[in-house]
Design a protein around this ligand. Structure first.
Ligand code: SF4
Ligand code: ZN
Length: 388
């Protein structure tokens, strides 16, 4: 009698579990399912307003509407290694629900009166028909056009075809698209981020956006998984240089650890430390001449792009952080630079921990340490060593 041979060394020959189901789809765990069902599908995830800058550099106020959606189609089949957006989604959201959420946001902010800009985020791509019903895409585009608001939407690259953009611009003549490119490096996109698209697809998408005169905002990720601090710094600067000419705005997101993601597992296993705030300061210093060749600050002559670094959860263990004593000052300086575009913001910043950071970066340059030598957590070293 012959039995079917298992290809694995262990197990009974039955079909193996997919790694996706074990590691990459915490969306299927009981806690995540319960959380998803707890959301009210007729209300947006959140609506708030922040100070912003219009395309021409004028300061303004912007309402951000984060909609409760089905989430990102790339997440359904695979997903980026750091993306925790699935935590905020509900897979049964309908067209009517989305319209109700939009009406809620408009009512709450009185048809966005007093706010010149509206950002509509969907935990995925607004212009992706598999995620967002076309009727709802049209409502958002049309309403913002009618109300005279600058609209910003997020999208992956594959949706930004000439056909789709021709349709969108026939409804709204002035909007910007933010693309989560993360890294201008195919190896990093594939093996560190699991992005599911390449730099070529970003090039194509940007060329299409330019054809329709649509503004481009590029998100880059600082210190993706499986990368040490020194490499993150080298890459971070290079990617800014690579995309600056093509991007009206570059927003660098320093890694912050979101629940249930691959990076969350690495972090909990002490195999990843979120970036140092000092690295962000150094990255800005090195990239500044590319963005402001004449060193004139935001809105000044010769500005190539706008560079924004916003350390989400800055100063916390799960966000970009330093020693704990200097974090608030350094985060504040980084935030100020996003507004002013002037390096003077960093003058006078100093702390003992800067030496430890510089030493780490120097050692990582000299030693083959792909995962880095950073202490994964701050706090008492003995406690960290004793931790399971
Ligand atoms: S493409 Fe964006 S929304 Fe989709 S999994 Fe990646 S980071 Fe998340
Ligand atoms: Zn410090």
């Amino acid at each position: 009698m012959t039995t079917k041979k298992s290809l694995t060394l262990v197990g009974d020959g039955s079909k193996g579990a997919r790694i996706h189901d074990i590691v990459k789809a915490p969306a299927n765990t009981p806690w995540a399912k319960a959380r998803q069902q707890s959301w009210d599908a007729s209300e947006p995830a959140t609506v708030y307003y922040t100070p912003e800058t219009l395309a021409d550099g004028t300061p303004c106020s912007a309402v951000t509407v984060i909609l409760r959606t089905k989430g990102c189609h790339w997440w359904w089949s695979s997903g980026c290694t750091f993306c925790g957006y699935f935590n905020d989604t509900r897979d049964d959201v309908t067209n009517e629900d989305l319209h109700a959420q939009w009406a809620y946001a408009k009512t709450k902010f009185d048809d966005f009166k007093g706010h010149a800009m509206v950002k509509v985020y969907t935990s995925g791509s607004l212009l992706e028909d598999r995620e967002i019903p076309v009727a709802f895409q049209e409502t958002v585009l049309r309403d913002c056009q009618t109300l005279g608001k600058e609209l910003i939407v997020e999208s992956r690259c594959e949706q930004l075809t000439e056909e789709k953009l021709a349709w969108a611009t026939s409804i709204n003549t002035s909007f910007a698209v933010a693309i989560g490119l993360e890294a201008y490096d195919d190896e990093v996109l594939r093996f560190h981020v699991n992005k599911g698209f390449t730099t070529k697809s970003w090039d194509r998408a940007v060329a299409n956006l330019k054809k329709f005169d649509i503004r481009v905002k590029t998100y880059l990720m600082f210190k993706p998984p499986f990368m040490n601090e020194a490499d993150a710094l080298l890459h971070g600067v290079k990617w800014i240089e690579d995309v600056a000419e093509q991007s009206d705005e570059i927003s660098v997101n320093p890694m912050n650890i979101q629940r249930g993601t691959i990076i969350d597992r690495l972090h909990r296993h002490n195999e990843y430390r979120p970036p140092w705030l000092w690295s962000l300061v150094e990255m800005i210093r090195r990239a500044h001449p590319t963005i402001h060749p004449k060193d004139t600050g935001n809105g000044g002559e010769g500005q190539v792009s706008r560079l924004i670094v916003h350390p989400t959860a800055g100063g916390r263990v799960r966000g970009a952080h330093n020693c704990g004593a200097c974090d608030a000052h350094v985060v504040a300086a980084i935030e100020r630079y996003a507004v002013s575009g002037e390096l003077q913001e960093f003058e006078g910043l100093a702390c003992e921990c800067e030496k430890a950071w510089a030493e780490e970066v120097a050692l990582e340059h000299a030693l083959p340490t792909p995962l880095g030598i950073s202490k994964p957590r701050r706090g008492n070293v003995l406690d960290a060593l004793r931790a399971p």
